[in-house]
Design a binder for this molecule. Structure first.
Ligand SMILES: *[C@@H]1O[C@H](CO)[C@@H](O)[C@H](O)[C@H]1NC(C)=O
Ligand SMILES: *[C@@H]1O[C@H](CO)[C@@H](O)[C@H](O)[C@H]1NC(C)=O
Ligand SMILES: *[C@@H]1O[C@H](CO)[C@@H](O)[C@H](O)[C@H]1NC(C)=O
Ligand SMILES: *[C@@H]1O[C@H](CO)[C@@H](O)[C@H](O)[C@H]1NC(C)=O
Ligand SMILES: *[C@@H]1O[C@H](CO)[C@@H](O)[C@H](O)[C@H]1NC(C)=O
Ligand SMILES: *[C@@H]1O[C@H](CO)[C@@H](O)[C@H](O)[C@H]1NC(C)=O
Ligand SMILES: *[C@@H]1O[C@H](CO)[C@@H](O)[C@H](O)[C@H]1NC(C)=O
Length: 682
C-alpha cells in the first residue's frame, strides 16, 4: 500500500465534499480547516513546470488563478469564451497548446488547462528530430520521430497545465459537464490552480539569483576487464552506452520504457553475460559500459563525460580519449519483437569517410543474429545515425567507429517517445538485444580472428532481464526487488524516478554514494555494473574484516565496495570489496560550476566559462544550460475544485451556513474515523 498516505487523503476530502454537496450546492466557507475538507484538493500535483535554458524559458509559470471549468470536446474547433479553465483529453493537448501559440487572444482567454488521461494511438511531445542540432550531418529536417509534436519545448508562459489522475479526472469532467449543461448560469464549478514558479528570464540569470537549479544527476561506467591496480594500461577501449532517463510533458510522469530503459536493461544483461564468462582476462580490448544520465537535455551526460575525460577528472580516471576506438550504443530495443517473440534489429552508423569505418562492428553484429533475432543494416538512405549519445563521441573524435542498435530502420516505431505512455516493453525483445550485443561485443573485444564462441543460456538472460524490468520499470516490486535489496538501500521502494530532475549540489568527492547525492537508480546501476564486471573478491581487505563502507573501511586501490547500504547501520549495511572498476560521473551543464568551492563556503551554483574553448574546438552547439525553476514549498503545484455560488445567493448562504457547517463537521468526523481505522489495519 505504498503511497496510500498521499493517495487516501484526497479521497477523504472528496467524501466530505460529496456529503456536503448532497445537502447544499455550496462550497464557500471562511473556516480554512473546514474549507480544506470541503474542497477537492491535490498538492504536489503533476503539472507543467518552468525550465530555463541559455536563451529563455520553456513550460509554464502561473500565479494562482481560478475560473469555471469548460469541457473541450474538440480542441481544434470548440470556441473558448473568456475566463475559462478548459478540461481536455491528453490526446488533444498538443492541439490546444498549438492553438494558444498561434492565437494570442485565445492565450489571454484561457486561464488554465486540465488534462485527462486518454489512450491515444500515438503521443510524443518531443520534436520530429529530437536534438537535431547535435547531428553529425546537415539534414536536420529528417523526421526520426514522425509524430513528434514538439510541445515539450514550448514556452507556454502564464497558462497553468495540470495532469489529473484517478478520481480527480472524473470529478473535473463531471463538474465541467455540469457547467456546460447549465449553460454557465447559476452556481458554477470552478478550479483554482497554483503553478507559481520563482525563476524568470534565462538560466544565467536564475542560477546567479539562486532561483533555479541545474538539471543533473550522475552517469555510471564500469570496465571489463577491470583496470589494473597500477592505473590504466594501453588496451583499446570499446564504449558500450545506453541512457538512464527520459522526459515527458509532465516530466515526473515519464517512464521511458522503450527509450531508454530497454537499451539500458539490455546493456546491463549483456554486461552480466560477459562478466560471467571467463574470457574477459584475455580480451585485447577493454569494454567500458557507460549509462549516461540526462541525454534528453542536449546529450548532457555524454557531453559532460567527454569534458571530464578531457579535464582528467577523477571520475574518468584510467580512461583516455585516445584509447576509445569504438562505441556501441544500445538504443530503443524493447518493441523489436513481433507476436511470436521474433525480433528485428537495425544497425545505424555513419557511412562517410570522415568518420571511423564501422565495418568490423557491423559484421560482428550481423553474425550475432540467431533464429530469435534478425539483425540488418539500416537503410543507406537515412541521413546518418538516429538521435544517440554516439553523436557526442563522433563530434569530439570523428575517427571513432560506432554503431547504434535499434528496433527501427528509418523512423521510430515507438509511438510514445518521451511521453508517459512509453510504458511497455517486451522482455523477449530486450533479451534478444542483450544476447546479440553480448555476442558482438565478445567478438569485438576478443580482437583476433579465431574467436571462441560465447556460451549463453537464453533462459538465464531472460531471467536477468525480467528481474531488471521488475526493479526499474514496475511499481511492484520496483526497487523493493531482491536484486536491489542485495545491492543498495533504496530510499524510495517503488519504481525509481525516470526524470533526471535537479542536482541541488555537488559532493566533495564525485564517487560518494551518499543518498543525498545519488538517486536510487544511479546507485543501483553502479552496484549492478560493479558486481557484474568485477573479477572477484579482494583478499585481506576491508572485505574480510566485516565489510567495507565509504568512510573508515574503504576498499584498497583497484577495488570497489559493492552492496554498501548507508542507511543500514553497523556491519549489516557494509559491502564487499571486489576487484573491479566502476565510477560515477556527474552530469550537468558544462557551463555551471561551484561558486568559491575551495573556500569551504556552503555550496552555491555559479556560471563557468572553463569549457568554452573545448566546446569551440569541437563546434558544440551553444550549451543549453538546462535548469528547473524553484517553486514555493508546501504543496505547489496544487489545484482544487469547488462550486461557487451564483450572485444573489448570499442571504441563502448566511442562513444555510450554520447548518452546513454542522453537517460538514459530522461528515468530517465520520470520514476521519474511517481513515484512521484504515491506517490501523495497515
Ligand atoms: C539572460 O538574461 C540576462 C539578464 O536578464 C541578460 O542580460 C542576458 O542577455 C540573457 N542571455 C541570453 C543569452 O539571452
Ligand atoms: C531554449 O528555450 C527556448 C524557448 O524559450 C527555445 O526556443 C530553445 O529552443 C531552447 N534551446 C534549446 C537548446 O533547446
Ligand atoms: C503516428 O500516429 C498514428 C495515429 O495517430 C499512428 O497510427 C501511427 O502508428 C503513428 N506512427 C508512428 C511512427 O508512431
Ligand atoms: C502494455 O501491454 C499490455 C499487454 O500487451 C496492454 O494490455 C497494455 O495496454 C499496454 N500498455 C500500454 C501503455 O501500452
Ligand atoms: C551469471 O552467473 C550467475 C552466477 O552463476 C547466474 O546466477 C546468472 O544466471 C548468470 N547470468 C547469465 C545472464 O548468464
Ligand atoms: C582524486 O583522486 C586522488 C587520488 O585518488 C585524490 O588524492 C584526490 O583527492 C581526488 N580528487 C577529488 C577531487 O576527489
Ligand atoms: C565568461 O565570459 C564572459 C564573456 O567573456 C564574461 O563576461 C563573464 O564574466 C565570464 N564569466 C565567468 C564566470 O567567468
Amino acid at each position: 500500500m505504498a503511497g496510500c498516505h498521499t493517495r487516501c487523503l484526497p479521497i477523504v476530502a472528496l467524501l466530505v465534499a460529496f456529503l456536503h454537496g448532497s445537502f447544499c450546492h455550496s462550497g464557500v466557507n471562511k473556516n480554512s480547516d473546514l474549507q480544506r475538507k470541503i474542497y477537492a484538493e491535490v498538492h504536489n500535483a503533476p503539472a507543467c513546470v518552468r525550465l530555463l535554458n541559455a536563451t529563455g524559458t520553456v513550460g509554464c509559470a502561473a500565479d494562482p488563478v481560478a475560473a469555471p471549468l469548460l469541457p473541450l470536446g474538440n480542441a481544434a474547433t470548440d470556441p473558448v469564451p473568456d475566463g475559462r479553465m478548459v478540461v481536455v483529453s491528453e490526446d488533444q493537448l498538443s492541439i490546444v497548446l498549438q492553438r494558444l501559440q498561434a492565437d494570442a487572444a485565445l492565450h489571454e482567454r484561457v486561464k488554465g488547462i486540465l488534462v485527462i488521461r486518454g489512450s491515444p494511438a500515438s503521443l510524443t511531445p518531443a520534436d520530429r528530430f529530437p536534438l537535431a542540432a547535435y547531428a553529425p550531418y546537415s539534414n536536420q529536417g529528417f523526421a526520426w520521430n514522425q509524430n513528434g509534436t514538439g510541445v515539450s519545448m514550448l514556452d507556454i508562459g502564464p497558462v497553468p497545465v495540470f495532469l489529473l489522475e484517478g478520481v480527480m479526472a472524473a470529478q473535473a469532467q463531471q463538474r465541467a459537464e455540469h457547467n456546460a449543461v447549465k449553460g454557465f448560469n447559476g452556481p458554477l464549478h470552478e478550479a483554482e490552480l497554483d503553478a507559481t514558479m520563482f525563476a524568470a528570464g534565462n538560466a544565467s540569470a536564475c542560477i546567479t539569483q539562486g532561483s533555479c537549479l541545474p538539471l543533473g544527476g550522475h552517469s555510471v561506467w564500469a570496465a571489463l576487464p577491470p583496470m589494473p591496480v597500477s592505473g590504466g594500461d594501453s588496451k583499446p577501449i570499446v564504449i558500450v552506452t545506453a541512457g538512464i532517463d527520459s522526459t515527458a510533458f509532465f516530466h515526473d510522469r515519464t517512464k521511458g520504457a522503450d527509450a531508454p530503459l530497454s537499451g539500458l536493461i539490455a546493456m546491463l544483461a549483456a554486461a552480466e553475460v560477459l562478466g560471467n564468462s571467463s574470457y574477459a582476462d584475455v580480451y585485447r580490448k577493454r569494454l567500458v559500459f557507460a549509462a549516461f544520465a540526462g541525454e534528453p537535455w542536449g546529450y548532457m551526460g555524454s557531453k559532460r563525460f567527454l569534458w571530464e575525460l578531457h579535464s582528467r577528472e577523477n571520475s574518468t580516471l584510467g580512461l583516455s580519449l585516445e584509447q576509445i576506438e569504438q562505441v556501441v550504443e544500445i538504443g530503443q530495443v524493447g518493441r523489436a519483437a513481433d507476436k511470436s517473440g521474433q525480433s528485428a534489429f537495425y544497425l545505424h552508423f555513419q557511412r562517410e569517410a570522415q568518420f571511423g569505418a564501422a565495418d568490423d562492428l557491423v559484421k560482428a553484429f550481423l553474425r550475432a543474429g540467431d533464429d530469435k533475432a534478425e539483425v540488418s543494416e539500416a537503410s543507406s538512405h537515412n541521413p546518418g545515425i538516429p538521435p544517440s549519445s554516439l553523436m557526442s563521441f563522433l563530434r569530439v573524435k570523428p575517427s571513432i567507429s560506432g554503431v547504434v542498435l535499434e528496433e527501427f530502420n528509418t523512423h521510430f516505431i515507438n509511438p510514445f517517445f518521451q511521453s508517459r505512455l512509453d510504458a511497455n516493453i517486451s522482455a523477449e525483445a530486450v533479451t534478444s538485444a542483450a544476447i546479440v550485443a553480448a555476442r558482438a561485443l565478445h567478438e569485438t573485444a576478443y580482437g583476433t580472428s579465431e574467436v571462441p564462441p560465447l556460451k549463453i543460456a537464453r533462459s538465464a538472460v531472460h531471467a536477468t532481464v525480467a528481474a531488471l524490468v521488475g526493479c526499474l520499470l514496475m511499481g511492484e516490486p520496483g526497487l523493493g526487488c531482491p536484486l536491489a535489496d542485495e545491492l543498495i538501500s533504496p530510499i524510495s521502494r517503488p519504481e525509481p524516478a525516470h526524470y533526471i530532475s535537479t542536482l541541488p549540489f555537488l559532493g566533495q568527492d564525485s564517487q560518494d554514494p551518499d543518498i543525498a547525492m545519488k538517486m536510487d537508480i544511479e546507485r543501483f546501476i553502479w552496484n549492478f555494473l560493479a558486481s557484474r564486471t568485477a573479477s572477484g573478491p579482494v583478499a585481506g581487505s576491508a572485505g574480510k574484516q566485516g565489510g567495507c563502507d565509504f568512510s573508515s573501511r574503504r576498499c584498497e586501490e583497484g577495488a570497489v565496495c559493492v552492496g554498501f547500504r548507508a542507511v543500514v547501520k553497523g556491519s549489516a549495511g557494509r559491502g564487499r570489496c571486489l576487484r573491479g572498476t566502476a565510477k560515477y560521473v556527474p552530469s550537468y551543464s558544462t557551463r555551471f560550476g561551484c561558486k568559491d568551492c575551495q573556500q569551504g563556503n556552503p555550496f552555491q551554483w555559479a556560471l563557468s566559462n572553463s569549457s568554452l574553448d573545448w566546446e569551440a574546438a569541437s563546434a558544440w552547439p551553444p550549451d543549453p544550460m538546462w535548469t528547473e525553476s524553484n517553486w514555493p514549498p508546501g504543496g505547489v503545484p496544487s489545484y482544487k475544485f469547488y462550486q461557487r455560488e451564483a450572485d444573489g445567493r448570499e442571504i441563502y448562504m448566511l442562513t444555510a451556513g450554520i447548518f452546513v457547517t454542522l453537517l460538514s463537521f459530522a461528515g468530517t468526523t465520520a470520514a476521519q474515523a474511517v481513515y484512521q481505522r484504515q491506517l490501523k489495519q495497515r
